[in-house]
Design a protein. Structure first.
Length: 482
């Protein structure tokens, strides 16, 4: 299954909108932002983009956002049954995770000699990165970003472990692209290992491919799953070894059924000003700063490539999605934390605020869960974690607010974690701060009914689910309760 298969399937379920004639300069970004804000909005496929050949397309609103539409994500994960809710999908994923993890090693990428991405190859001086419809997504972006839902493929020179990460890619000129990687990223570590040996760092960047690459590449996976990491995981989900072609100049794997892939090197010390870019925090964080640039030596593409866009920004943001929720639940499970029934973030804050529901089993349970999730969720910027009882639907921000307002006593139910990890995109970091001082703080809000008061805490004044069903059955034909 490649990106086109995914788009076809999404279309057949009535969840794709084709938009013709939009401009790469702000129109694609603005249309995407306005559409994503709508509940249940469709995936978008932009064609006939002003200034670019028909067929050079951009897909957006796929599956990397904290989405309200679990169906698009289920299609990407090969789950046949349409989930009725986000929670149902998270449970489906969580159930399959142990199998995917254990099968990773059986699905190393399969080296092949040809594939759709080889329809055209451009080499060295023939390369023109400006000919692709890279959007300028937001008004204050410092340029055109070709990579937002991309897959950056690197390898550790010693262990030969492969890695896929999603790191934004800005087009600087015909041959150069910039890349922003937070200091803890595996991709950065891999490339710096080459530099420490005095060598240029090889890299492959796929700019249009099945959305699973961005879903799986966009989360840190346990290193224990094997040397081919994300490739193995995606293979296990799809039930096939992912076909890859050896890059001409780096030897790295190029996804054979991708749309557009570039290959090149990051020379030691090669940096150019990059950004600003409207980010997942909802701000133009970090502004213009020196960042690595890659000299593009090869471009592999289909004749009519589709770029995969995943623009961040204020409401809704990405950084988390159903896969992250399932993964956090799985991690908690793996270290013996019991009673966690659902994890979610919200479109307004994504990875900066998470809510977790639990079935309280023991005194201190809520704090335990909250402190652990504060670190799991904090790979982005992570500021707030709210722990609630299981009667609260954590995918519903109003329900979470209800619990916080009525069950968390500010003087005793907010724990602060100080000097926690953050990165330069955090809008609260003062500009120009040295990297050694990149700290933030986290609040864990225990919005569960106090453990010792569960038996006599006031009852919630809302109709019971049983009564709701009865009323809907009787009155649903004349009154629209949806
Ligand atoms: C759509 C999307 C865009 C992302 N953009 C960036 C980015 O520009 N820079 C960055 O450092 N991380 C970015 N991330 C987060 C990383 O991809 C994520 O932390 C991933 O785990 C990195 O892989 P690694 O742990 O193998 O380095 C993005 C994630 C997603 C889902």
């Amino acid at each position: 299954m490649d990106l086109r298969d995914w788009l076809r399937e999404v279309d057949s379920r009535g969840k794709l909108k084709i938009v013709r004639g939009a401009h790469w300069d702000l129109e694609i970004g603005a249309i995407t932002e306005l559409m994503i804000k709508k509940k249940g909005s469709p995936a978008l496929l932009f064609d006939e983009i002003v200034g670019h050949p028909k067929g050079y397309r951009v897909a957006a609103n796929t599956v990397t956002h904290a989405s309200e539409d679990p169906v698009r994500a289920a299609i990407a994960l090969g789950i046949k049954k349409d989930p009725a809710s986000t929670k149902e999908l998270v449970y489906m994923i969580k159930e399959k995770m142990p199998q995917w993890e254990s099968e990773c090693k059986n699905f190393p990428p399969e080296w092949v000699s040809d594939g759709p991405v080889m329809e055209e190859i451009h080499r060295d001086d023939k390369i023109d990165m400006l000919k692709y419809p890279s959007p300028r997504w937001h008004e204050k972006d410092g340029g055109r970003f070709i990579g937002t839902g991309c897959a950056v493929i690197t390898q550790d020179p010693q262990s030969e472990q492969l890695n896929i990460g999603v790191y934004r890619v800005q087009v600087h000129d015909r041959r150069k692209v910039g890349i922003y990687m937070a200091p803890i990223r595996h991709g950065l570590a891999d490339m710096k290992s080459y530099h420490s040996r005095g060598q240029a760092a090889p890299v492959v960047i796929s700019l249009g491919q099945h959305p699973l690459y961005a879903v799986i590449g966009g989360r840190p996976l346990p290193r224990s799953i094997g040397p081919t990491q994300e490739f193995g995981y995606i293979g296990a989900i799809q039930g096939r070894r992912m076909p890859v072609i050896r890059g001409e100049v780096t030897g790295l794997p190029i996804p054979a059924d991708a749309e557009l892939v570039i290959e090149g090197h990051w020379q030691p010390g090669a940096e150019m000003n990059e950004g600003p870019f409207g980010e997942f925090t909802g701000y133009y964080g970090g502004m213009v700063e020196p960042a690595p640039y890659i000299v593009v030596e090869r471009v592999y593409q289909r004749k009519d490539p589709i770029l995969l866009g995943s623009p961040p920004g204020k409401h809704p943001s990405y950084g988390t999605n159903v896969f992250s929720y399932a993964m956090w639940m799985r991690y908690l499970d793996a270290i013996g934390v019991v009673g966690v029934t659902m994890v979610s973030t919200h479109r307004a804050a994504a990875s900066q605020m998470a809510a977790v529901s639990i079935k309280q089993r023991y005194a201190g349970h809520a704090r335990e869960v909250g402190h652990i999730v504060a670190q799991l969720a904090g790979r982005g910027v992570g500021r707030y974690v709210i722990v609630v009882d299981d009667d609260i639907d954590v995918t519903d921000i109003e329900d979470v607010t209800f619990a916080m307002a009525s069950r968390a006593d500010p003087s005793q139910d907010i724990d602060i974690i100080r000097r926690a990890y953050t990165q330069r995109l955090d809008p609260l970091l003062p500009q120009g701060l040295p990297r050694e001082q990149y700290f933030n703080s986290r609040a864990v809000i225990d919005a569960c009914i106090p453990f010792e008061r569960r038996a006599n805490f006031p009852q919630v004044a809302s109709i019971s689910p049983e009564l709701a069903e009865k009323i809907k059955a009787k009155w649903g034909k004349t009154l629209d309760f949806s």
